[in-house]
Design a protein around this ligand. Structure first.
Ligand code: IPD
Ligand code: CA
Length: 272
């Protein structure tokens, strides 16, 4: 077995366990532990507990690796491999009792951003949806559910227009710009979705359920696993430079559709 495949298998086992813990805690009732960047940006007790579980499991299985998670301090490792972890992506859905939340675990080598790391393996486990998306560098992407295992491929054609997902950050000062961006992209869209969990948006792009997804201000842990899953499903993930609030925009889909969205966002589109 390759190193990449063994990292994926480990991430998958841990993501299942972590997902079950999240689901159990959700059933028992969620308590908000704190607000972070804004009042809307919450962390629950479960986010912390799930990250602790993932961190402890990784430390015991791969003690030389680094760790970079949403809810605790990063540590550098000696192996060159770092685990980029979002214990619960879609925390607001989770706290509100909606099933679109996921555990996201990726193993990367290199830097701590999409532009500077090389992702080796990634897993997005959505326990309340019963689906696990995963990818291995150079080995393709797949989804597992009760229905079995299927390989993933991004959508290449959308005659009725592209089904596009997006997201809005927690800072209300940025909403007007994001709504303006949606308006720019709308002419090529069939419709728009706002699922509330970037890891799931990216996984759905990989599965061809969504044609594209874009959002400003994602954090490394929101996209580490999902971006690898998209590229291993034959798609493209691009990042545009920061806006006036310093937020880079992430755009995922087929390479051709990503280019069309970029043109619309930066205002150079000549079509439609
Ligand atoms: C958030 C979700 C949301 C996206 C935000 C993310 P969190 O992650 O992915 O869909 O719009 O940008 O921060 O806070 O639920 O882990
Ligand atoms: Ca999170």
């Amino acid at each position: 077995m390759t190193l990449e495949a063994s990292l994926r298998d480990l991430a998958r086992d841990i993501a299942f366990e972590a997902g079950e813990l999240a689901r159990r805690r959700r059933a028992e009732g969620v308590s908000i532990a704190a607000s972070k960047s804004t009042l809307a940006d919450i962390v629950t007790e479960a986010d912390r507990e799930v990250e602790d579980l993932i961190r402890a499991r990784l430390a015991s299985e791969r003690p030389d690796d680094g760790f970079f998670g949403e809810e605790s301090d990063a540590t550098a490792g000696a192996s060159g491999i770092t685990w980029v972890v979002d214990p619960i992506d879609g925390t607001v859905n989770y706290a509100s009792g909606m099933p679109s939340y996921a555990v996201s675990i990726a193993a990367v080598r290199g830097g701590d951003t999409l532009a500077t790391w090389e992702a080796l393996a990634g897993v997005v486990r959505a326990p309340a949806l019963g689906e696990t998306f995963s990818a291995v560098r150079g080995g393709g992407a797949q989804v597992e559910s009760e229905a079995g295992t299927q390989s993933l491929a991004v959508a290449m054609e959308f005659p009725a227009g592209a089904l596009i997902a997006t997201g809005f950050g927690y800072d209300s000062r940025t909403h007007a710009d994001d709504i303006d961006t949606v308006q720019r992209v709308m002419p090529i869209a069939r419709d728009v979705r706002r699922i509330g969990a970037a890891a799931i948006d990216l996984s759905y792009v990989a599965a061809g359920r969504l044609d594209a997804y874009f959002e400003r201000g994602l954090k490394p842990w929101d996209l580490a696993a999902g971006a690898l899953i998209v590229s291993e499903a034959g798609g493209s993930v691009e990042e545009l430079p920061g806006d006036r609030f310093g937020r880079r925009m992430t755009i995922a889909g087929s390479a051709a559709l990503v280019e069309r969205i970029v043109e619309r966002v930066v205002g150079t589109a000549s079509e439609d």
